[in-house]
Design a protein around this ligand. Sequence first.
Ligand code: SF4
Length: 689
Amino acid sequence: MNTILTICPWCGCGCSLLLREREGKIVETLPSSDSPVNQGRLCVKGWNCYEYVSSPLRLVKPLMRERSRGYRKSAGSLDDFREVSWRKALKFIASKFKDIREKKGSVALGLLSSAKCTNEENYLMMKLARAVLQTNNIDHCARLCHSSTVVGLARAFGSGAMTNSIEEIEKAEVILVTGSNTTEQHPEIGGRIIRRVLKGAKLILVDPRNIHLAKFATLHLRPRPGTDVAWINGLIHVILKEGLADLDFIDKYTENFLSMKEIVKKYTPKFVEEITGIPAKKLMETARIYGSSRQAMIFYAMGITQHVTGTDNVLSLANLSMVTGNVGRPSTGVNPLRGQNNVQGACDMGALPDFLTGYQKVEDRDSRKKFEQCWDVKLPTDVGLTETEMFIEGNPIQALYIMGENPLLSEPNIGRVEKFMESLEFLVVQDIFFTETARWADVILPGSSFAEKDGTFTSTERRIQRVRKVVEPVGESQSDWKIICQLAKELGYPMEYSHPAQIMEEIASLTPIYGGVNYSRLDKIEGLQWPCPEDSHPGTPYLHKGGFKRGKGLFTPVEYKPAQETTDEEYPFLLTTGRIYQHWHTGTMSRLTFTLQREVPQAFVEMNPRDGQFLGIRNRQLIKVVSRRGEIIAKAFLTEKVGEKTIFIPFHFSEAAANRLTLDSLDPQAKIPEYKVCAVKIELWGGNN
Ligand code: SF4
């Protein structure tokens, strides 16, 4: 039996685990006790991370749509595709891309990279887009979860990543968690927070739902969804009024304080109570707890970012940390919890329309020049389209190449995306399963799972760690990096790498924050946290020590703006969406993991029991949820977790896709959609079932 150390493929915590292989099959998972992240622990997803690898539903050969069966105008079934050779599939894709580029220009091509794939694969996808296809139309699912973090924190601090480290929770005095159901979505971090609280730290939870962390919270504030700027401004108002601000820090390390101070003047606790529903007394108590500590960490996730005001929310949290000097030291900071295993890495690798690797701007001539010299090609200069813009009707996109993403379930207002798909000329999907998106493809390429390839993932705390091959890819499937290289060759730009280690050498040579990263270092230690600019650099556990990356930390005055869609007589409930402990994102992998699917086999709608009683709905009764964009049917789950007139639906389930209901309005700065606030109505379905 072989035992191989690798990284968990689900959430951004980046837990290390051992996979045990016998006769070409993975038979067991064990947690790694050497890991500074998980220290011998795993959550239910980690323990069962290998089950889907050997699923009989894996894609094992390239597939092409039978033209006679409704070519590209609707979603197909597997019967609508036929198996073809790799050579035929890649030649066909290359000829279509060339043809469309010739007729419509590079602007007609779009690529979606993958937060599930390795850094090396994301780098090559980005290189394929820019160097080979000559387009900056490349993006990935960070657009849907944390693009507002990247924009907001980069503007305030100069770096859009988590400022501190998971281990530093051990010394925090105060932990403010908002918009993150941490024990379910980042279980390792959630567990650490609880253990620290049990040893005496104070936990402030700001979340409309009564989530598990509420049991451990000193204070639980339950704002109305979409009112985050108001309560954060309110906290700053009280902190300033009660002399709790760190004026030395503000003076020495920040700028634009006075304009922010002016804005928060009117956010008195009473005014904030009117907007948010948070009792004024509770807000003041919270401000005193957070404002009195100099070891206070903020953790947040998509409850903060997935709003039309997502960037404003992030900027407000940055203001809060700076006003108390809680940044630039251990056990402080603003800590976005990144969703997927390698969403941080996909951003770092420049799978974004405006950045090359390491957040070097595509519009910056010197940055481009460095890449042009290395790649021996001229690069496009204009910022490309974001993922959300690529699915808007009327955009120039005619061909899409989607690697390891499932926008037909993850994009808001799925009905609109389906309309766009009907008009798209050519779609290539590279994945390990026949996803909702693959159904619309012209060509499907079978990629490989995390256990079938070498590479690196970068976790939410900027920790770059080695992913190791345990078993051979199933059937004729291939590592995604090899597929990209072969396609580049067909397109007339050979990319030759013998191993992902070689790709990392190229990344390090072009990316200052990864400059000291190489496989021989990573093979000896439990990862390196960027920035790691040179070989002798030990990595950086926390950012902004002795000054901000951008020079001075920038305060931004932010006004509260109401949500785009509010409830009314016709649509009286607020819908908020999210994830649950047992499943992951669009369920592509978790719903094909027997143990996880057995635990939660179908979609549900969390509803307050008093609303249930009022509408005559019993627990587990089928209901119809209707928004202005679509409708779904799922079982009601009556629970005090949600407040009255609010419902929660997890977005993992294709048969009751929450995103058929959600709103496709975008944050104007980060282009992230509003997933957390939409108005719906509830109807009984099928009588007393
Ligand atoms: Fe995997 Fe996240 Fe669970 Fe760790 S906490 S085992 S990384 S899913």
